[in-house]
Design a protein around this ligand. Structure first.
Ligand SMILES: Cc1cc2nc3c(=O)[nH]c(=O)nc-3n(C[C@H](O)[C@H](O)[C@H](O)COP(=O)(O)O)c2cc1C
Length: 335
Protein backbone atom coordinates (compact mmCIF):
# COMPACT_ATOMS: atom_id res chain seq x y z
CA UNK A 1 0.00 0.00 0.00
CA UNK A 2 1.27 3.50 -0.88
CA UNK A 3 2.28 5.43 2.24
CA UNK A 4 0.39 8.68 2.73
CA UNK A 5 2.09 11.97 1.89
CA UNK A 6 4.05 13.15 4.94
CA UNK A 7 2.83 16.24 6.71
CA UNK A 8 3.73 18.65 9.47
CA UNK A 9 0.96 19.70 11.82
CA UNK A 10 1.41 22.86 13.89
CA UNK A 11 -1.62 23.81 15.93
CA UNK A 12 -4.56 23.61 13.47
CA UNK A 13 -2.42 23.92 10.36
CA UNK A 14 -1.62 20.86 8.25
CA UNK A 15 1.37 21.40 5.96
CA UNK A 16 1.37 18.70 3.31
CA UNK A 17 3.67 18.00 1.63
CA UNK A 18 6.24 19.51 4.04
CA UNK A 19 7.58 21.88 1.37
CA UNK A 20 7.71 25.59 2.17
CA UNK A 21 8.05 28.67 -0.03
CA UNK A 22 10.75 30.96 1.44
CA UNK A 23 9.87 34.60 2.10
CA UNK A 24 11.65 36.73 -0.52
CA UNK A 25 11.38 40.50 -0.79
CA UNK A 26 10.20 41.57 -4.24
CA UNK A 27 9.42 37.99 -5.30
CA UNK A 28 6.94 36.15 -3.09
CA UNK A 29 3.96 38.36 -3.86
CA UNK A 30 0.52 37.36 -5.13
CA UNK A 31 1.65 36.57 -8.69
CA UNK A 32 4.45 34.13 -7.86
CA UNK A 33 2.42 32.53 -5.06
CA UNK A 34 -0.52 31.94 -7.40
CA UNK A 35 1.66 30.46 -10.14
CA UNK A 36 3.30 28.10 -7.64
CA UNK A 37 -0.02 27.11 -6.11
CA UNK A 38 -1.61 26.46 -9.50
CA UNK A 39 1.23 24.11 -10.49
CA UNK A 40 1.06 22.34 -7.14
CA UNK A 41 3.34 20.59 -4.67
CA UNK A 42 3.74 23.41 -2.16
CA UNK A 43 2.69 22.89 1.46
CA UNK A 44 2.92 26.44 2.83
CA UNK A 45 3.21 29.73 0.93
CA UNK A 46 4.80 32.88 2.34
CA UNK A 47 4.65 36.63 1.91
CA UNK A 48 7.83 38.64 1.73
CA UNK A 49 8.93 40.24 5.00
CA UNK A 50 6.55 42.91 6.25
CA UNK A 51 7.68 45.62 8.66
CA UNK A 52 5.72 45.16 11.89
CA UNK A 53 5.74 48.91 12.53
CA UNK A 54 4.02 49.63 9.22
CA UNK A 55 1.54 46.75 9.11
CA UNK A 56 -1.28 48.38 11.11
CA UNK A 57 -1.36 51.42 8.79
CA UNK A 58 -1.16 49.59 5.45
CA UNK A 59 -4.26 49.44 3.25
CA UNK A 60 -4.57 45.81 2.11
CA UNK A 61 -6.69 46.78 -0.89
CA UNK A 62 -3.85 48.76 -2.49
CA UNK A 63 -0.60 47.80 -0.74
CA UNK A 64 1.34 45.65 -3.20
CA UNK A 65 2.90 43.88 -0.20
CA UNK A 66 -0.47 42.78 1.14
CA UNK A 67 -2.41 41.99 -2.05
CA UNK A 68 -3.53 38.37 -2.03
CA UNK A 69 -6.27 36.07 -3.30
CA UNK A 70 -8.17 33.27 -1.58
CA UNK A 71 -6.38 30.67 -3.73
CA UNK A 72 -3.08 31.41 -1.96
CA UNK A 73 -3.61 29.11 0.98
CA UNK A 74 -2.22 28.21 3.36
CA UNK A 75 -0.29 31.49 3.55
CA UNK A 76 2.24 32.46 6.19
CA UNK A 77 2.94 36.16 6.76
CA UNK A 78 6.50 37.07 7.67
CA UNK A 79 7.03 39.88 10.12
CA UNK A 80 10.26 41.87 10.43
CA UNK A 81 10.25 43.27 13.94
CA UNK A 82 12.74 44.94 16.27
CA UNK A 83 10.58 45.96 19.26
CA UNK A 84 8.18 43.91 21.34
CA UNK A 85 5.70 46.80 21.51
CA UNK A 86 5.17 46.64 17.73
CA UNK A 87 4.07 43.00 17.85
CA UNK A 88 0.46 43.13 19.11
CA UNK A 89 -0.81 45.80 16.65
CA UNK A 90 0.96 44.03 13.77
CA UNK A 91 -0.51 40.69 14.82
CA UNK A 92 -4.01 42.21 14.94
CA UNK A 93 -3.50 43.38 11.34
CA UNK A 94 -2.39 39.88 10.29
CA UNK A 95 -5.51 38.38 11.91
CA UNK A 96 -7.66 40.78 9.87
CA UNK A 97 -5.80 39.71 6.73
CA UNK A 98 -6.57 36.04 7.35
CA UNK A 99 -3.02 34.79 7.98
CA UNK A 100 -2.74 31.02 8.32
CA UNK A 101 0.59 31.32 10.17
CA UNK A 102 3.01 34.05 11.24
CA UNK A 103 6.77 33.87 10.82
CA UNK A 104 9.29 36.04 12.67
CA UNK A 105 12.31 37.11 10.62
CA UNK A 106 15.43 36.52 12.70
CA UNK A 107 17.92 35.73 9.98
CA UNK A 108 17.92 38.43 7.33
CA UNK A 109 21.42 39.98 7.15
CA UNK A 110 20.37 43.07 5.11
CA UNK A 111 22.17 46.07 6.67
CA UNK A 112 19.02 48.23 6.64
CA UNK A 113 17.20 45.67 8.77
CA UNK A 114 20.12 45.07 11.09
CA UNK A 115 20.52 48.78 11.76
CA UNK A 116 16.95 48.80 13.08
CA UNK A 117 17.77 45.83 15.30
CA UNK A 118 15.62 43.44 13.24
CA UNK A 119 16.47 40.31 11.20
CA UNK A 120 19.83 38.72 11.97
CA UNK A 121 20.59 41.39 14.61
CA UNK A 122 18.04 39.67 16.86
CA UNK A 123 20.33 36.67 17.27
CA UNK A 124 22.65 39.01 19.21
CA UNK A 125 19.83 40.27 21.45
CA UNK A 126 18.27 37.32 23.31
CA UNK A 127 16.39 39.50 25.80
CA UNK A 128 14.69 41.43 23.01
CA UNK A 129 13.89 38.15 21.26
CA UNK A 130 12.37 36.73 24.43
CA UNK A 131 10.13 39.79 24.74
CA UNK A 132 9.17 39.73 21.03
CA UNK A 133 8.28 36.04 20.98
CA UNK A 134 6.41 36.27 24.28
CA UNK A 135 4.39 39.22 22.93
CA UNK A 136 3.69 37.34 19.70
CA UNK A 137 2.66 34.19 21.52
CA UNK A 138 0.36 36.21 23.79
CA UNK A 139 -1.32 37.94 20.88
CA UNK A 140 -2.12 34.96 18.65
CA UNK A 141 -3.21 31.34 18.61
CA UNK A 142 -2.04 31.02 15.02
CA UNK A 143 0.97 28.83 14.30
CA UNK A 144 4.00 30.96 15.14
CA UNK A 145 7.28 30.18 13.40
CA UNK A 146 10.74 31.73 13.21
CA UNK A 147 13.42 31.77 10.53
CA UNK A 148 17.09 32.04 11.46
CA UNK A 149 20.56 31.69 10.01
CA UNK A 150 23.28 29.81 11.95
CA UNK A 151 24.61 32.98 13.61
CA UNK A 152 27.51 35.37 13.11
CA UNK A 153 30.11 32.61 13.67
CA UNK A 154 29.87 28.85 14.17
CA UNK A 155 29.15 28.86 17.89
CA UNK A 156 27.29 25.73 18.86
CA UNK A 157 26.44 26.76 22.42
CA UNK A 158 25.13 30.16 21.39
CA UNK A 159 23.05 28.66 18.58
CA UNK A 160 21.62 25.97 20.84
CA UNK A 161 20.71 28.48 23.55
CA UNK A 162 19.04 30.70 20.98
CA UNK A 163 17.02 27.84 19.47
CA UNK A 164 15.97 26.60 22.92
CA UNK A 165 14.92 30.14 23.83
CA UNK A 166 12.67 30.28 20.75
CA UNK A 167 11.12 26.91 21.52
CA UNK A 168 10.72 27.79 25.20
CA UNK A 169 8.85 31.00 24.37
CA UNK A 170 6.35 29.13 22.20
CA UNK A 171 7.64 29.04 18.63
CA UNK A 172 5.85 26.13 16.89
CA UNK A 173 8.34 25.49 14.07
CA UNK A 174 11.82 26.72 13.25
CA UNK A 175 13.35 27.21 9.79
CA UNK A 176 17.11 27.26 9.58
CA UNK A 177 18.86 28.85 6.60
CA UNK A 178 22.03 26.79 6.83
CA UNK A 179 24.52 29.62 6.44
CA UNK A 180 26.26 32.07 8.73
CA UNK A 181 25.09 35.68 8.76
CA UNK A 182 27.87 36.95 6.48
CA UNK A 183 27.95 34.01 4.08
CA UNK A 184 26.91 34.52 0.47
CA UNK A 185 24.63 32.25 -1.51
CA UNK A 186 27.64 30.99 -3.46
CA UNK A 187 28.92 29.10 -0.43
CA UNK A 188 27.58 25.54 -0.04
CA UNK A 189 24.99 25.45 2.74
CA UNK A 190 25.85 23.70 6.02
CA UNK A 191 22.89 21.30 6.04
CA UNK A 192 24.49 19.13 8.72
CA UNK A 193 24.10 22.05 11.14
CA UNK A 194 20.35 21.91 10.63
CA UNK A 195 20.67 18.34 11.94
CA UNK A 196 22.25 19.66 15.15
CA UNK A 197 19.37 22.06 15.63
CA UNK A 198 16.92 19.24 14.97
CA UNK A 199 18.55 17.16 17.72
CA UNK A 200 18.20 19.95 20.29
CA UNK A 201 14.51 20.70 19.69
CA UNK A 202 11.15 18.95 19.97
CA UNK A 203 9.35 21.25 17.49
CA UNK A 204 9.57 20.60 13.72
CA UNK A 205 12.69 21.96 12.04
CA UNK A 206 12.75 23.00 8.37
CA UNK A 207 15.98 23.16 6.35
CA UNK A 208 16.61 26.02 3.94
CA UNK A 209 19.39 27.07 1.60
CA UNK A 210 20.71 25.82 -1.72
CA UNK A 211 17.93 23.39 -2.63
CA UNK A 212 17.38 23.53 -6.40
CA UNK A 213 16.43 19.96 -7.33
CA UNK A 214 15.03 16.71 -5.94
CA UNK A 215 18.65 15.45 -5.64
CA UNK A 216 19.53 18.49 -3.46
CA UNK A 217 16.39 17.96 -1.42
CA UNK A 218 17.16 14.28 -0.82
CA UNK A 219 20.75 15.07 0.21
CA UNK A 220 19.63 17.86 2.50
CA UNK A 221 17.08 15.61 4.21
CA UNK A 222 19.66 12.84 4.60
CA UNK A 223 22.24 15.22 6.13
CA UNK A 224 19.87 17.19 8.34
CA UNK A 225 17.03 14.83 9.25
CA UNK A 226 14.83 17.93 8.87
CA UNK A 227 11.05 17.65 8.98
CA UNK A 228 10.62 19.77 5.87
CA UNK A 229 12.37 21.82 3.21
CA UNK A 230 12.08 25.53 2.39
CA UNK A 231 12.85 26.71 -1.13
CA UNK A 232 13.76 30.27 -2.09
CA UNK A 233 15.46 31.26 -5.33
CA UNK A 234 14.68 27.98 -7.10
CA UNK A 235 10.98 28.76 -6.66
CA UNK A 236 11.39 31.89 -8.80
CA UNK A 237 13.63 30.11 -11.32
CA UNK A 238 11.32 27.08 -11.55
CA UNK A 239 7.90 27.63 -9.97
CA UNK A 240 7.39 23.89 -10.62
CA UNK A 241 10.23 22.93 -8.24
CA UNK A 242 7.71 22.07 -5.49
CA UNK A 243 5.87 19.73 -7.85
CA UNK A 244 9.18 18.07 -8.74
CA UNK A 245 10.16 17.73 -5.06
CA UNK A 246 6.72 16.49 -4.02
CA UNK A 247 6.84 13.81 -6.72
CA UNK A 248 10.40 12.66 -6.07
CA UNK A 249 10.56 12.89 -2.28
CA UNK A 250 7.00 12.40 -1.12
CA UNK A 251 5.30 10.40 -3.88
CA UNK A 252 2.76 13.18 -4.33
CA UNK A 253 2.72 14.03 -8.05
CA UNK A 254 0.90 17.13 -9.27
CA UNK A 255 -2.09 16.81 -11.63
CA UNK A 256 -0.09 17.87 -14.70
CA UNK A 257 2.85 15.96 -16.19
CA UNK A 258 4.41 18.73 -18.23
CA UNK A 259 4.40 22.50 -18.37
CA UNK A 260 4.86 25.03 -21.11
CA UNK A 261 7.60 27.45 -19.97
CA UNK A 262 6.40 30.55 -21.85
CA UNK A 263 2.90 29.91 -20.45
CA UNK A 264 4.28 29.95 -16.89
CA UNK A 265 5.97 33.30 -17.59
CA UNK A 266 2.87 34.75 -19.26
CA UNK A 267 0.64 33.55 -16.42
CA UNK A 268 2.91 35.35 -13.95
CA UNK A 269 2.76 38.55 -16.03
CA UNK A 270 -1.03 38.24 -16.47
CA UNK A 271 -1.45 38.00 -12.70
CA UNK A 272 0.69 41.12 -12.19
CA UNK A 273 -1.47 42.87 -14.77
CA UNK A 274 -4.71 41.75 -13.18
CA UNK A 275 -3.87 42.66 -9.58
CA UNK A 276 -1.11 45.28 -9.33
CA UNK A 277 -1.20 49.00 -10.00
CA UNK A 278 0.46 49.80 -13.37
CA UNK A 279 3.48 51.43 -11.71
CA UNK A 280 4.07 48.34 -9.54
CA UNK A 281 4.23 45.77 -12.35
CA UNK A 282 7.39 46.29 -14.37
CA UNK A 283 9.83 46.16 -11.43
CA UNK A 284 8.34 42.87 -10.29
CA UNK A 285 8.48 41.39 -13.79
CA UNK A 286 12.16 42.37 -14.04
CA UNK A 287 12.93 40.80 -10.65
CA UNK A 288 11.21 37.54 -11.62
CA UNK A 289 12.84 37.47 -15.06
CA UNK A 290 16.28 37.64 -13.43
CA UNK A 291 15.55 34.18 -11.97
CA UNK A 292 13.33 32.67 -14.67
CA UNK A 293 15.88 33.30 -17.45
CA UNK A 294 18.13 30.65 -15.87
CA UNK A 295 16.02 28.01 -17.62
CA UNK A 296 17.54 29.03 -20.96
CA UNK A 297 21.06 28.68 -22.35
CA UNK A 298 20.74 32.24 -23.70
CA UNK A 299 18.57 33.46 -20.84
CA UNK A 300 20.70 36.55 -20.34
CA UNK A 301 19.20 37.83 -23.61
CA UNK A 302 15.74 37.58 -22.05
CA UNK A 303 16.96 39.24 -18.86
CA UNK A 304 18.59 42.11 -20.76
CA UNK A 305 15.60 42.61 -23.06
CA UNK A 306 13.18 42.87 -20.15
CA UNK A 307 15.60 44.79 -17.92
CA UNK A 308 16.07 47.53 -20.51
CA UNK A 309 12.35 47.88 -21.28
CA UNK A 310 10.88 51.21 -20.34
CA UNK A 311 7.25 50.14 -20.45
CA UNK A 312 5.18 47.14 -19.46
CA UNK A 313 4.04 46.56 -23.02
CA UNK A 314 7.58 46.66 -24.35
CA UNK A 315 8.77 44.13 -21.75
CA UNK A 316 5.98 41.71 -22.59
CA UNK A 317 6.53 41.99 -26.32
CA UNK A 318 10.29 41.48 -25.98
CA UNK A 319 9.75 38.43 -23.77
CA UNK A 320 7.41 36.95 -26.37
CA UNK A 321 9.98 37.49 -29.14
CA UNK A 322 12.55 35.66 -27.00
CA UNK A 323 10.25 32.72 -26.27
CA UNK A 324 9.40 32.21 -29.95
CA UNK A 325 13.10 31.88 -30.78
CA UNK A 326 14.44 29.85 -27.85
CA UNK A 327 14.20 26.36 -26.41
CA UNK A 328 13.10 24.73 -24.16
CA UNK A 329 9.38 25.22 -24.58
CA UNK A 330 8.30 22.40 -22.30
CA UNK A 331 9.45 20.99 -18.97
CA UNK A 332 8.47 17.48 -17.85
CA UNK A 333 7.45 17.12 -14.23
CA UNK A 334 7.99 13.35 -14.12
CA UNK A 335 6.01 10.87 -12.05
C1 LIG B 1 15.64 38.27 -3.42
C2 LIG B 1 15.62 37.65 -2.04
C3 LIG B 1 14.84 38.22 -1.06
C4 LIG B 1 14.80 37.64 0.22
N1 LIG B 1 13.96 38.18 1.16
C5 LIG B 1 13.83 37.55 2.36
C6 LIG B 1 12.83 37.97 3.30
O1 LIG B 1 12.04 38.89 3.03
N2 LIG B 1 12.78 37.33 4.50
C7 LIG B 1 13.64 36.29 4.81
O2 LIG B 1 13.55 35.73 5.92
N3 LIG B 1 14.56 35.86 3.93
C8 LIG B 1 14.65 36.44 2.72
N4 LIG B 1 15.52 35.94 1.78
C9 LIG B 1 16.25 34.69 2.09
C10 LIG B 1 15.45 33.47 1.62
O3 LIG B 1 14.24 33.35 2.34
C11 LIG B 1 16.26 32.17 1.80
O4 LIG B 1 16.58 32.02 3.15
C12 LIG B 1 17.55 32.20 0.97
O5 LIG B 1 17.33 32.67 -0.33
C13 LIG B 1 18.20 30.81 0.92
O6 LIG B 1 17.33 29.88 0.33
P1 LIG B 1 17.52 29.42 -1.23
O7 LIG B 1 18.94 28.95 -1.37
O8 LIG B 1 16.52 28.34 -1.43
O9 LIG B 1 17.29 30.65 -2.08
C14 LIG B 1 15.59 36.50 0.52
C15 LIG B 1 16.39 35.94 -0.48
C16 LIG B 1 16.41 36.50 -1.76
C17 LIG B 1 17.26 35.84 -2.83
Amino acid sequence: MKSPCPQIVIRDLVISPPLFLAPMAGLTHLALRRVIKEIGGVGLLSTEMLAARRLPGENPAISSFLLRTEQERPLSYQMAVARAEDVAPAMAALHRLGADAVDLNMGCPAPALRQQGAGAALMEAPDTVRAIVAAARKSTNLPLTAKIRLGATLDEVKLRDFCLLLEGEGIDLLTVHARLRGESFVRPPRWEWVGRVKNWLSIPVVANGGIHSPADGARCLALSGADGLMIGRAAAEMPWVFAALATALHGAPPPVTELNLPSVYHRFADLLEAHFQPERRLGRLKEFTHYFQKNYAFGHHLAMAVQSSSSWQEARERAEVFFVKHEPKVVALGR
